[in-house]
Design a protein around this ligand. Structure first.
Ligand SMILES: Nc1ncnc2c1ncn2[C@@H]1O[C@H](COP(=O)(O)OP(=O)(O)OP(=O)(O)O)[C@@H](O)[C@H]1O
Length: 263
C-alpha cells in the first residue's frame, strides 16, 4: 500500500470492534468507516451501543476485541490525551465547563490545556495577549462574542452547548466527536447549533451521536444505524430512513417517539 492509499482511506475506522460487559455484548463486531470531510452520524434506539462506541473511540473504555485506526494507524492502545494530540477530539460535556468562570475564561483554559506543557510560554505578556485574542476569535466563531464576560452559570443552556464547541475547537481538532450536541434544546437553539456545526465542520471531519433525526437529515453525509450493539444499516439519510430494518428497530422505542416529535 502506498502513502497515498492511506490518505485516501477513511479518517477513522474500526475493525471488529467489540465490547463485552461481564458476558453482555454491548458493541458487537462493529466495522465503521468515517470518510474525510464527512459529517457522519451514529444513530440507533436506546441501548444500541452508541455511547459505548464513543467511549471506545475516545479511549474512555478499552475494547474487548478489535482495532481502531486513525488515518490508517492503529490507535487502539493509545490514551485519550494522545489521540487528542493527533487531532481527534471529543466535545467536552457541559460539566467540564467551569460554571463560575466567564465564557472567555473557559475558552482560555481550554487553550492553556492545549499549550499546557510549555511553562515558559506564560512568562511572556505578549503570549497572554495572544491567548486572549485567540479565545475571543473562538467565541466569535461560535456566535458568543457578546457573552465573553458572562459567567457560564448565567448563560442560557443552548449557549453553554455552543461554548462547549468553542472549548473543543480550542484543541484544534481535525476530527470532532460530538455527543448529542442538540440534546435537551428547543427548536431555536437546535437551528442555531445545526448552523454552527455546519460552519465549524468546514475542513474537518465530524462523527456525532444524535437522537434528533431532523438534525441528522439536515447535517449528515452518512449515517450508521446501530441496534443491539451491531451495525444494522448504513448510507445516506434517504436510504437509511426507508430501510424496513431501521424502521422496525425504531418502532416503539423512545427514539421513534422523538422522531415523531422532531421530523
Ligand atoms: N459499564 C457498563 N456495564 C454494563 N453494561 C453496560 C455498561 N455501559 C453500557 N452498558 C450496556 O450496554 C448497552 C449499550 O449501552 P449504550 O449506553 O452504549 O447505548 P446507547 O445507544 O448510547 O443508548 P442511549 O441512546 O440510551 O444513550 C446497554 O444495554 C447498556 O445497559
Amino acid at each position: 500500500m502506498s502513502a497515498n492509499d492511506v490518505l485516501q482511506g477513511p479518517v477513522l475506522e474500526t475493525r471488529g470492534l467489540t465490547k463485552e460487559f461481564r458476558g453482555f455484548t454491548a458493541v458487537d463486531d462493529v466495522n465503521l468507516q468515517v470518510q474525510e470531510g464527512h459529517i457522519h452520524a451514529l444513530i440507533g434506539p436506546n441501548g444500541a451501543g452508541k455511547t459505548t462506541v464513543f467511549n471506545l473511540l475516545t479511549k474512555f473504555l478499552p475494547p474487548t476485541r478489535g482495532d481502531i485506526l486513525y488515518r490508517g494507524k492503529s490507535i487502539t492502545s493509545k490514551k485519550s490525551n494522545e489521540i487528542a494530540q493527533l487531532g481527534l477530539v471529543r466535545s467536552f460535556q457541559i460539566s467540564a465547563v467551569f460554571a463560575h468562570m466567564t465564557a472567555l475564561e473557559n475558552v482560555r483554559v481550554a487553550l492553556q490545556r492545549k499549550l499546557g506543557t510549555s511553562f515558559h510560554f506564560w512568562k511572556s505578556e505578549k503570549s497572554l495577549d495572544h491567548l486572549n485574542e485567540r479565545a475571543l476569535e473562538l467565541l466569535e466563531e461560535v456566535g458568543l462574542r457578546e457573552y465573553a464576560d458572562t459567567l457560564t452559570v448565567e448563560m442560557p443552556y443552548g449557549r453553554k452547548r455552543a461554548l462547549e464547541l468553542a472549548t473543543t475547537l480550542a484543541l484544534d481538532p481535525t476530527m470532532m466527536l460530538l455527543d448529542e450536541p442538540t440534546q435537551g434544546m428547543g427548536a431555536e437553539d437546535v437551528d442555531r447549533i445545526v448552523a454552527l456545526i455546519k460552519r465549524v465542520s468546514q475542513g474537518r471531519t465530524v462523527l456525532m451521536v444524535e437522537h434528533n433525526l431532523s438534525v441528522v437529515s439536515r447535517l449528515c453525509d452518512r449515517i450508521t444505524v446501530l441496534a443491539r450493539g451491531a451495525v444494522l444499516a448504513e448510507g445516506d439519510y434517504q436510504s437509511v430512513s426507508r430501510n424496513p430494518l431501521v424502521r422496525e428497530a425504531y418502532m416503539g422505542s423512545d427514539a421513534a417517539e422523538e422522531e415523531g416529535a422532531h421530523v
